[in-house]
Design a protein around this ligand. Structure first.
Ligand code: 6PG
Length: 249
């Protein structure tokens, strides 16, 4: 494992996806203990896709499964596909099967995105209201937000050239993604950037070209939406593997 420092953002390079999963689980546990000790709770927004699954599986096992303060941890999502919660494409379903159903966490601590609602903007508004009610504020302030990044530089469901990139007055937005011919519900960059900790998990050679552009390239968030992620006052950590870091050297 080695580190590259870029202003207040850190890039941590793990040997491979296995070390990435282990290290991200360790950091999750560390933050969970710090925040629950400080504030009595730990609020986390999970990413979807395939990369976080291995981390979830590690957290569902010893020593984490029976040592973390699960009753004080609250789970949210950064984005969701517009499918029912039992659908194979559901980010909620993946996290539930890999982690949440395996640890002693009260179901009322889990706030999934109601993305099965055919009225997509209503689903996004409903989720925004849920977050405002939970945080008791106009905007959510997550303790930790996990994000992934696609080979096209998208993050959460903020895809290149889509309308949600330009949404600044909402916590969550419905976003039509032409290339998938489907809708997604996503937190906006303005919500994500209010987090205390933002942690990208990026693995694989196919991500290397976009990662180089996002981290080292000229600012062009319309083309590389991951560049929109700039915490207002929190920390940003890129946890990547050597394969994804190939072009950063
Ligand atoms: C989703 C995600 C998305 C994901 C990236 C990376 O719902 O698909 O939230 O932003 O994090 O597409 O996905 P992989 O981890 O599968 O490469």
């Amino acid at each position: 494992m080695r580190t590259l420092q870029k202003s207040k953002n850190e890039v941590l390079i793990c040997a491979d996806a296995v070390e990435l999963a282990r290290e991200s689980a360790r950091r999750f546990a560390e933050l969970a203990k710090v925040f629950t000790a400080d504030t009595g709770r730990f609020t986390v927004a999970l990413s979807g896709g395939s990369t976080p699954k291995a981390m979830f599986q590690i957290l569902a096992e010893k020593p984490f499964a029976d040592s973390l303060p699960w009753r004080s941890i609250y789970f949210f999502w950064g984005d969701e596909r517009c499918v029912p919660p039992d659908h194979p494409d559901s980010n909620y379903r993946m996290a539930n099967e890999a982690l949440l159903s395996k640890v002693p966490i009260p179901r009322e601590n889990i706030f999934r995105i109601p993305a099965e609602d055919d009225d997509h903007q209503r689903a996004a508004d409903h989720y925004s209201e849920t977050l405002q009610k939970f945080f008791g504020e106009e905007w959510p302030h997550f303790d930790l937000v996990f994000l992934g990044m696609g080979p096209d530089g998208h993050t959460a469901s903020l895809f290149p050239g889509t309308t949600a990139l330009g949404v600044h007055d909402r916590i969550a937005a419905a976003n039509y993604v032409e290339k998938f011919q489907s809708w997604r519900i996503t937190l906006t960059a303005d919500s994500i950037n209010r987090a205390r900790n933002i942690n990208f998990l990026v693995a694989g050679k196919d991500k290397a070209p976009a990662l180089k552009e996002v981290i080292r390239g000229p600012r062009n968030p319309e083309l590389y939406p991951s560049q929109l992620i700039e915490p207002y006052y929190g920390t940003l950590l890129w946890m990547i593997d050597e394969a994804a870091a190939t072009l950063l050297k």
